[in-house]
Design a protein. Structure first.
Length: 238
């Protein structure tokens, strides 16, 4: 499908959305990484009782970290729309489909964040005198299982959405083709491994070690390019 006819005003709007998408790419990664790092640092490792004691002692910091990853999930909704607005002139239906998959990931991400706040309640309540630690641990484990499964399903939706977006970038040449190809390959690998994670959950750490580096590189590089240069306007075959 050829690129849609573009007026000067439409071109300016498209470039503006492209810069917004670039900023959001970087912002989502920053908040997700910062929040995830703080969560891991506060929780640490060990038994449920040890983890609960550390989290209860730093409850406010833990809430800040949970709020940071919540901001990342909310911002990913805006990112999906900005990418749709940027790539809509290339192929409206494919861009819309990509946005739908990305929004599904954002919605599922909010469920994961909800489970995180629920687990915080169980960690803190376990430190209350007279509380039943085993009941709190069982509920915390249940929330963790729900969150992990939901995150895997959301990861599949995220991967499919980015696969379509990067395909449209590759087709339109709005960003350098090697960068589009990197994003396309990274998104496919990400989708396959997150689907595999549902079948082989014990290999989750290995799958994440494989799919995260190329995806992070593609997203950061794309974000920087869009933020600095917006989009080029070459018609394929020109």
């Amino acid at each position: 499908m050829p690129l849609e006819t573009e007026t000067p005003d439409a071109g300016k709007t498209q470039r503006a959305y492209a810069r917004v998408a670039g900023a959001l790419f970087l912002g989502v990664i920053l908040f997700a990484f910062a929040g995830g790092s703080m969560l891991s640092q506060v929780a640490g490792s060990g038994t449920f009782a040890e983890t609960a004691a550390r989290i209860a002692a730093s409850e406010r910091l833990y809430r800040v970290a949970l709020s940071a990853v919540l901001i990342a999930s909310l911002s990913s909704t805006l990112l999906a729309f900005a990418l749709y607005a940027t790539l809509r002139p290339v192929n409206r239906l494919l861009a819309l489909l990509a946005m739908i998959f990305s929004l599904e990931d954002s919605f599922l991400g909010l469920i994961v964040r909800m489970c995180g706040f629920a687990r915080l309640h169980f960690f803190v309540s376990a430190q209350t005198p007279g509380a039943a630690p085993l009941d709190a641990q069982a509920m915390s484990d249940l929330m963790h299982t729900i969150a992990a499964t939901t995150e895997s399903i959301g990861g599949i939706c995220f991967g499919i959405g980015l696969t379509l977006f990067f395909y449209l970038f590759l087709k339109s040449r709005h960003i350098p083709r090697p960068l589009s190809a990197l994003g396309l390959c990274a998104s496919v690998v990400w989708t396959v491994l997150y689907f595999a994670n549902l079948i082989f959950p014990e290999q989750r750490a290995l799958f994440l070690d494989i799919c995260f580096p190329p995806m992070a590189l593609a997203d950061v590089a794309t974000g920087l390019y869009l933020l600095l240069f917006a989009v080029k306007h070459e018609v394929p075959g020109s």
